[in-house]
Design a protein around this ligand. Structure first.
Ligand code: ADP
Length: 422
């Protein structure tokens, strides 16, 4: 699934970037064609005007010398040898003089610029097969039309330049497309990475949750069946009590799962309220001293004189501290100590839960915040732990923009610190 999405991403990226590239190359090429033609036209126009001035001078000379006889032949020297031909027509559009290829006797083409491919026999020599750019313009002297001039220059150089540009584009565009494709594949992989990670995490979470739910369900099933086949009321009662216990633990598990699912990511601004940590912790400590779970240990607390206010969700923060305290009590032997501290450190509020319990092996420390992670699978299950308590704490703390830290020494105890921005 992921490699198909990655290929699709790469394909769409290549297609999008490729179309932009091809469009850009086409515009570039079209602009180059227009520019080359404009330059050629300007050059042709300039040359023809210089020739027109010479032609006017010749006509004037002929009129003064009364030699008003039209001359046919190639005795008009062109301004530039790049001209394929130059033709001079009189006002009746009849040929007067020409240079280069033999022209038709009358002027047939319209005025202005034209791109033409002359007949094979019309142009000889180097430019025999070439396309030509032809300019025909009227010549005036003192506002009086005195004739027409027609000149043509080959398009060979322009065509060669354009062919060269086409070749460059033909080689570079596919090469760039290939690079874009590879970049798309790489970017696709990069984009898929976090999705893949969260998908894997979700898969693992679903698998773990189903696994954890399967054991209490089969316990309920076996207890119910045993109760049904037994005629002894006290056995039946015992079975029902077992079912109630397992159902309670299942409900805790489901509540925890829902809590994890509901509060992923940072809290919204609306759910943030000023929370007085001192009075919250006072409440928790008060409740805890009365709870059965804490009866075997000595719970003490050290709170600041002033209240410490953080922005957050009071219920969630309550839940986080309760989870830490529950663990501290759960993993500390009778007669042990659990201490709950609150103090401010620069702009942070620190909640400390210190116990003198069994401690956590160093190798397990990096994993204890993972969902369903239990240091000792058997012990934790027997004491009702699903390995979700600490991941809930961590999720709540990071939803408040805070951190959680742990220090632990085997058989000496553990210290959990919740650090929240004040
Ligand atoms: P559980 O529901 O199993 O307690 P947690 O996520 O709260 O799950 O804790 C994960 C594991 O970390 C526990 O299984 C336990 O082994 C270990 N742990 C957590 N807190 C303590 C503690 N205060 N002392 C010793 N071990 C602890």
């Amino acid at each position: 699934m992921f490699s198909r999405s990655r290929s699709n991403l790469a394909l769409w990226f290549t297609l999008t970037m490729g179309s932009i590239l091809v469009g850009f190359a086409s515009v570039l090429y079209y602009q180059e064609v227009l520019d080359s033609l404009r330059n050629l036209d300007q050059l042709l126009d300039k040359k023809s005007r210089v020739m027109a001035v010479n032609a006017k001078y010749d006509t004037l000379k002929q009129q003064l010398d009364l030699e008003n006889v039209p001359l046919l032949g190639s005795n008009v020297s062109p301004v530039d040898s790049e001209l394929v031909y130059a033709r001079w027509y009189d006002t009746q559009k009849q040929m007067v003089q020409f240079f280069g290829a033999t022209p038709p006797l009358g002027l047939t083409t319209t005025l202005g610029f034209h791109t033409i491919k002359p007949e094979y026999h019309q142009v000889r020599g180097t430019f025999r097969d070439a396309w030509l750019r032809e300019l025909t313009l009227p010549i005036y002297q003192d506002d009086l039309l005195i004739g027409y001039l027609q000149v043509a220059t080959p398009l060979t150089y322009t065509q060669n330049d354009l062919a060269h540009l086409r070749l460059v584009l033909l080689l570079t565009v596919p090469a760039t497309l290939l690079i874009i494709g590879l970049a798309g594949w790489w970017l696709g992989g990069l984009a898929m990475q976090p999705i893949r990670e969260s998908y894997d995490q979700l898969q693992r979470f679903t698998a773990d949750a189903s696994h954890e739910l399967r054991s209490p369900l089969s316990a309920i099933n076996s207890n119910a069946q045993y109760g049904l086949i037994s005629n002894n009321p006290s056995v039946q009662r015992q079975r029902f009590e077992n079912i109630v216990d397992v159902a309670k633990s299942m409900s805790t598990l489901i509540n925890n799962l829902l809590l994890l699912a509901r509060h992923a990511g940072r809290l919204t601004a609306e759910s943030l309220q000023p929370v007085d940590l001192k009075s919250e912790l006072l409440k928790i400590a008060d409740q805890y001293t009365k709870l059965e779970i804490a009866q075997h240990i000595n719970l003490t607390y050290k709170l600041p004189n002033n209240s410490l206010i953080v922005l957050g969700d009071a219920d969630l923060l309550h839940q986080a501290v309760v989870n830490l305290l529950t663990n501290a009590c759960k993993y500390t032997k009778a007669g042990g100590q659990v201490q709950l501290n609150l103090f401010a450190q620069s702009s942070w509020a620190v909640i400390e839960v210190i116990d003198t319990g069994m401690g956590i092996p160093e190798a397990d420390l990096p994993h204890i915040f993972e969902r369903f992670y239990r240091v000792d699978k058997k012990r934790a299950r027997s004491s009702g732990g699903y390995g979700l308590g600490l991941s809930i704490v961590q999720q709540i703390v990071s939803a408040h923009g805070g951190y959680i830290r742990v220090k632990s020494v085997i058989d000496k105890g553990s210290t959990f610190k919740i650090i929240l921005p004040l």
